[in-house]
Design a protein around this ligand. Sequence first.
Ligand code: LIP
Length: 270
Amino acid sequence: MKEGELDARQEALAAIAREAGERARKLFSNPAGVKLKGVQDFITAADGEVERLIIERLKARFPHDAFLGEEGGTQGSGDALWIIDPIDGTANFAYGIPHFCVSIGFLSAGEPMLGAVCAPMYDELYLARRGRGALRNGRPIRVAGGVEMGQALIELGWSSRLPAKAYTALLERVLATGATFRRAGSGALGLAYVADGRNHGYCELHINSWDVAAALLLVREAGGWTNDFFAGDAIARGNAVLACAPQLQEALVAATGVGQANEKFERRIS
Ligand code: LIP
């Protein structure tokens, strides 16, 4: 993609992420249409409304781009792809917990090029462009330096998509490194917090592409390490994710098994 074409998308993305975040904030005060897609897998009316707003705005500017939204699925085809999670942290949103965000990633020929994560209840907007760094509210962010495992905070995402024993085994292995953990219910925010140093790592043994498409770029542009999440057909099927401050990579790859050379995605969804 030409620089000028990416410039136009970067400019549009910031404005659309802000507008979508504001819409989510307004809908948060009265979450309607809360339904279950599966065990502990929620959808609200806000998910659909915010996703439609984002795609409408992007299509108006870039009608030939393709779109993949958590709720609406795939629209269009080609190398220019927007991957959207309108409300990441839907369970939090449904229960009145303000820890949620809007996540919008842009990939060109399968490579993450732009990302926006907007956490409206915290008035925080994260933006990144490949090769140009990562920002939170316009200020450069970096992953945590000088943190070792014995003082590290690692967020471990969970969903009912994998057996509980996979999560408890992961938890046991990470705690054995001396780190502590948390789970806050939004993978995109958990990764964004790795990028700004408030988490020291994030791992989830299966997560969807719309949860991570924007925030993985934040981590890389903030000096962090991530596994090759988009290997294989992760855009369609999801994958395991591990992201961390670089000094923790070796210990966390060994503890989680994510990012090892012989990594087999199928092993984790068994
Ligand atoms: C959420 C993810 C999170 C995962 C949750 C859920 P949603 O996405 O961001 O990492 O642990 O189970 O999948 O459903 O709120 O968009």
